[in-house]
Write a protein that binds this ligand. Sequence first.
Ligand code: DLL
Length: 424
Amino acid sequence: MSDNGNYHNRGIETASREEIASLQSRRLKKIVKHVYESNPIYRRLFDGHGVRPEDIQSVEDVRKLPLMNKELLRESYPLGLCCVARDEVREMHMSSGSTGTPVIMPYTDADLDQWAECMARCYRMAGSKTGDAVQITPLFGLFNGGFGMYHGARAAELFIIPAGPGNTARQIQLARDLKTRIFTGVVSYGIRLMEVLQETGQDLPDLEAGIFGAEVFSDSMKSKISQGLGAEVFDIYGMTETGGVGTLGMDCPAHDGLHVWEDHYIVEILDPLTHEPLEDGEAGELVVTALTREALPVIRFRTADLTCIISRDRCDCGRTHLRIAPITGRLDDMLILKGVNFFPKQIEQTLMKIPGAGSNYQIIIEESDGIKEVRVNVEAEDHVTSSVVARALKDSLGFRPKAFVYPLGDLPRQDGKAKRVFYR
Ligand code: DLL
């Protein structure tokens, strides 16, 4: 299916809006029937909402279906929502469950192909060509990042270096020796790689693209990593519940929003409180219906991720699949302080614009006697003072948090997704 140029599947990636809508309608009907007939939890959910598979005839009918959230997936741990026989399951991944019971995502053979297809489109969109070396740094394990990037790289016919995380000095050596063209990882790993390159005065002469995601990614952090690596950086999106990394898409070389693979997913943006649909351009909660997965297709899944639809027009890259804004944060990440609502991403965006500021930071919410204060710790070069940081934050947030500057390399780092917000 590989294509010349920057498409993995040119026909579908550039299909007209009418073709996409008609495909979505057919697939929605089929998937609703599948989950209803194969899983008692789905059947109860639909019956309780007074909707039957026959009521779903076109893509607009998606709004007749009930919403589901992470809680339902957790309650049905381990495989309660699985819609295929157990002997059809070939692989599983699991979300870390930092807030409670984990969620298991089972995959059939066809699901693994669907995942690989979505990921391969992302690789091609980032400019990779058959035989290019890709260094995959997310964990290979229950986390979906490593294996998803692996399955996709097989489909995109890349030369896979399954490095996993850590040992950055060795990763750099490998990348130089094997002429790595694409680095993939969680955003924090992109930062780590950039820092070690800077510390050791090395570069990666063959690197063309960095594909990073799994964490909130401000534009200023993105351009900083791009400069540090000397490569174009892409923001890749996906989650365990939709089938993993890359399933929901990535930005293209036009870098004007993330293309969502609409032949595989219907996305809606809803008001998080009223669940009413929002207009394009209005920010709200992303709700996703998986159209082509077999083992556990989520239906109107409330992701808790905040974004908006930027455009449904054909993009400069030629693709027609709609574009969403980079994720602002999760609903539960919103901080309210001194009457101001804000997301950690705004703090990141501001810090990364301060000349001399490093890439590692922490946001600490201190609460005493019901009064909340925010303290921002950031690594920076010697000439950056805490008052410079506090002033920059005041200008963007509207109130002045406490700011503390640490020498570069002093704040703790962890493998995998970085923890940025701490409560005391
Ligand atoms: O983080 C999948 C992934 C792996 C994406 C590697 C990109 C790279 P989960 O662990 O299930 O899966 O976490 C999913 O992470 O609901 C978002 O809140 C957040 N997230 C994922 N990608 C992005 C992104 C993987 N590009 C949760 N920007 C999602 C912002 C992201 N947040």
